[in-house]
Write a protein of this length. Structure first.
Length: 351
């Protein structure tokens, strides 16, 4: 079926639909990973976004029952240059087109993804609409601009609704769920931790009621500046328990410490982003998915200890006096690099 992507600046890319038909609106971003598309599609940090894969062929391994990073598809739409119609992998249980139809997700194939990515890199990330029902660009642009007015706080769409307790004999971790990847939970379970997964709406008192040895604030979708209540809750935890922020949690911790956040032109999305750690002198390849970054100079008691090698944005910080730190990337990534797992090891060692 014929389909088209229309961006908010009027640029359009005709192609062919796969998965389900209809229309979908979301922020269009691009991901530079060569593998791990199932993990990307089910990663809560992509909630509400239309993801474009820069690697030209997607779907050759199909989908399986083990590799998803959450219990459902999170992307608003998915764009590829070429879709593999006949996946071949011993773990494959379902093809991409069938998977998308079963999960009611709209896909777009056959467009010039290099031209799309170049446009986003030049103009910045922007909203778009994919339609299999209407080919009139002017009509779709009107629908897109109307849909863009809806204000969403996607964290509350992906967080757990009630606390979840996972038994363990090791350290007790309070995990504030802003859109946790399963890989993070698997890591703590592997190390024997007792885990209390808490909703994003939890107050500082509710977190402390778990009597945790440490608190982890997970990654997730959206703009941290839209979540003042979370910033306030984290401010109430600083100095009371060891804190580690990841992704969106890292940004919110920075805000709670007095820092500021800015929007990046087109974000960091991929499993191959280089980060330099000044404490080890080494460079690590990391998995990231975010459109915002902390500004340096959070306050006099906080030091930046990691930067992105590509654009020198802040990737990690730590407090000089208190057990508070954050990293912008996911330290453990299914379908991505595992080297930064030392961040979690270091955190557990401090508890």
């Amino acid at each position: 079926m014929k389909s088209v992507l229309v961006l908010e600046d009027g640029t359009y890319f005709p192609g062919f639909g796969f998965g389900t038909g209809g229309e979908t609106i979301g922020e269009v971003v691009f991901n530079t990973s060569m593998t791990g598309y199932q993990e990307i599609i089910t990663d809560p940090s992509y909630k509400g976004q239309i993801v474009t894969m820069t690697y030209p062929l997607i779907g050759n391994c199909g989908f399986n029952a083990e590799d998803s990073e959450s219990g459902s598809v999170q992307v608003q739409g998915f764009i590829v240059k070429e879709l593999c119609d006949h996946p071949n992998n011993w773990r494959c249980s379902i093809g991409t087109d069938e998977f998308f139809r079963e999960n009611n997700i709209i896909g777009l194939r056959g467009i010039d993804t290099r031209a799309l990515v170049k446009h986003i890199r030049t103009k910045g990330s922007m909203f778009g609409i994919i339609s299999t029902e209407c080919g009139n660009v002017d009509v779709l642009l009107e629908r897109l601009r109307a849909g863009m007015q809806e204000r969403r706080r996607p964290v509350y769409e992906v967080t757990v609704k009630e606390p979840v307790h996972i038994e363990g004999n090791g350290k007790r971790i309070a995990l504030i769920d802003l859109g946790t990847r399963k890989a993070l939970i698997r890591y703590f379970r592997k190390h024997g931790c007792e885990i209390h997964i808490l909703p994003a709406s939890s107050s500082a008192d509710e977190v402390l009621a778990c009597s945790p040895d440490g608190v982890v604030v997970s990654g997730g979708p959206g703009d941290p500046r839209d979540l003042p209540e979370l910033k306030q809750a984290l401010a109430g935890l600083i100095g009371k328990k060891p804190l580690l922020g990841i992704g969106l949690g890292h940004q919110l911790l920075g805000l709670a410490l007095g820092g500021t956040v800015r929007r990046l032109k087109y974000g960091h999305h991929g499993a191959n982003l280089p980060v330099k750690d000044f404490t080890t002198g080494r460079c690590y390849i990391t998995s990231q998915s975010h459109n915002y970054a902390l500004d340096a100079g959070i306050n006099a008691d906080v030091e930046v200890i990691q930067i992105n090698v590509n654009d020198n944005t802040v990737e990690g910080f730590r407090h000089k006096k208190l057990p508070v730190s954050g990293v912008q990337y996911c330290p453990v990534s299914a379908g991505g690099p595992q080297d930064p797992a030392y961040i979690l090891e270091r955190f557990l060692d401090t508890l």
